[in-house]
Design a protein around this ligand. Structure first.
Ligand code: ADP
Ligand code: GLC
Length: 491
């Protein structure tokens, strides 16, 4: 059976999309941005891999094309295309079991999958070939992160060889510059890109094939997920080696802050919570705290003590080592700490050792649990985010909405989303550098304010009123799409 694709103006390419697949914030963004664009009047569709461990999330997923040709260098190899609709947005899943039917998306505990370059080049090529069957080409291809980054590069060359693509523009969004998809130069040959792409202004990076660089070098517009990060990445400290090419492309580089999907993340109506609550009534939050204390076998006395939480990947980026370093000092203060995360084995082991030392006051859940993340946000008093860098960060936005003021490093998106104490408008606490001493003193500041119930309540109320809506972010993307040539039919 062959059905022609819908006819989107903007086609988004992503390796993760909530609720179908998720390892982190990219998935949340891609579960919300397309819907917000659709609501803003843009015809959008999404291409994403058809992973073996895909969660259909109650949506009907149908095979719409059995053998979508992918072309050189995959001449005899084809992709399966599946389709579903998510809040009015067509979603195409690109399938090929030998590439995507695996336990994990990108890596196992022992490292990255050896064929990641081939897997995601295939994904990009298949997405473009599927789009090639549309009546008219999309006005914009919007690719996200290294896994989709070759789309602007392919498009650049397709524009001159295939009239179908001649007016299509590309946008490339960087969610995390540290993940680049950097591979041996031998893999370039098999990618299907023409030889002229192999140069310093193209995909070559210190002799290696760098997919992320392809997105940065060839896209008509490059964006990243917060204004502060868009400035930081021009410096060697945050640029991960890309500061040179980014500075060259500075004129087309934009920082558009992510939104938070408050339909999914909000205490007023959250299906994972034992009860809901609003900013003018804290009783529900107290109930959530009591329930989590029971759920995690923590001591009842913690009901009247501050409960601090950390949710995230256990990686250096997130500063989990800083939290580990100060944990013994923190635990002496008669408070509770909850950690939910997975990642680096060494951090996981150290945290489990610490649990033995602080039974009843430290809870560590190693693993990934969407619903527990909601309950922790709702139950805790203070959210910890000592990131070394943070392109945007979504968990601090969720924490704000749940009335859990964050203590966070003043970097990237954390600067753009948290108003730091002692401002009269403060919604949380930031500290200047990712250092254990500064982190601890910011937590102490938060604990002092927590003891002053009236001041704490007003900070919580302000935090809960913050609204980083996707409507606002989508508006900026639409403006950007228009600036590179897209017209909206309703205009
Ligand atoms: P990043 O994308 O850098 O990991 P973000 O703050 O943008 O950071 O997004 C992280 C997302 O992943 C949030 O939705 C957060 O709740 C979720 N998350 C991270 N680790 C876990 C975990 N162990 N269990 C459940 N959700 C997690
Ligand atoms: C990345 C970043 C994070 C950002 C997310 C979504 O994973 O690390 O800061 O919020 O992408 O854009």
């Amino acid at each position: 059976m062959v059905r022609t694709p819908d006819d989107p103006q903007v086609l988004l390419l992503t390796s993760e999309m909530f609720p179908f697949s998720k390892t982190g914030g990219l998935a949340d963004v891609m579960g919300a941005l397309p819907v917000a664009l659709h609501r803003a009047g843009v015809r959008v569709a999404v291409c994403t891999p058809f992973y073996g461990r895909l969660s259909a999330g109650g949506h009907e997923v149908r095979l719409v094309q059995e053998r979508c040709p992918v072309g050189f260098p995959w001449a005899p190899i084809t992709a399966e295309i599946y389709r579903t609709e998510y809040h009015g947005v067509p979603v195409y899943f690109i399938g090929r079991s030998e590439y995507f039917d695996r336990r994990y998306y990108y890596n196992t505990y022992s490292g990255d999958y050896f064929d990641n370059c081939e897997r995601f080049t295939f994904f990009v090529r298949a997405s473009l070939q599927w789009a090639r069957q549309m009546k008219t080409a999309p006005a914009v291809i919007h690719a996200h992160d290294w896994q989709s980054a070759l789309a602007p590069a392919f498009l650049h060359y397709l524009r001159s060889s295939d009239p179908f693509w001649k007016d299509t523009k590309s946008v490339f969004t960087i969610h995390n510059l540290a993940f680049q998809g950097r591979f041996s130069n031998r893999l370039f040959e098999g990618s299907g890109l023409p030889t002229e792409a192999w140069n310093q202004e193209g995909v070559e990076f210190f002799g290696d094939f760098n997919l992320l660089k392809g997105g940065i070098a060839y896209a008509d517009a490059v964006t990243t997920v917060s204004p502060s990060y868009s400035r930081e990445i021009l410096s060697p400290k945050f640029g991960c080696g890309m500061e040179g090419i980014l500075s060259k492309r500075r004129d087309v580089l934009h920082g558009i802050l992510n939104g938070a999907d408050y339909d999914v993340w909000g205490p007023h109506d959250d299906r994972y919570l034992p009860c809901s609550y609003a900013s003018d009534d804290s009783s529900g939050k107290i109930e959530c705290k009591k329930a989590l204390i029971r759920e995690l076998w923590l001591a009842d006395q913690l009901e009247d003590r501050p409960l601090l939480s950390f949710i995230g990947r256990l990686r250096k980026q997130k500063g989990i080592d800083l939290l580990i370093e100060i944990l013994p000092q923190l635990m002496n203060k008669g408070l509770g700490v909850v950690v939910l995360g997975e990642g680096n084995l060494e951090y996981e082991q150290r945290l489990m050792e610490l649990v033995e030392e602080y039974p009843g006051t430290l809870a560590v859940v190693i693993g990934y649990s969407e619903d527990l993340a909601h309950r922790i946000h709702a139950a805790s008093d203070i959210f910890l985010m000592p990131s070394r860098y943070e392109p945007c960060g979504l968990t601090q936005m969720y924490a704000l909405r749940f009335g859990t003021p964050p203590v966070a490093t003043a970097v990237g998106g954390l600067i753009d989303t948290i108003v730091s104490y002692p401002s009269p408008y403060a919604t949380g606490f930031t500290f200047a550098k990712p250092e254990a001493k500064l982190f601890l003193s910011a937590i102490n500041q938060a604990l002092r304010l927590w003891n002053n119930k009236a001041s704490w309540r007003s900070m919580v109320r302000r935090a809960m009123k913050q609204a980083f809506t996707w409507e606002r972010s989508a508006e900026q993307y639409v403006k950007l799409y228009k600036s590179i040539g897209m017209t909206i039919e309703s205009d």
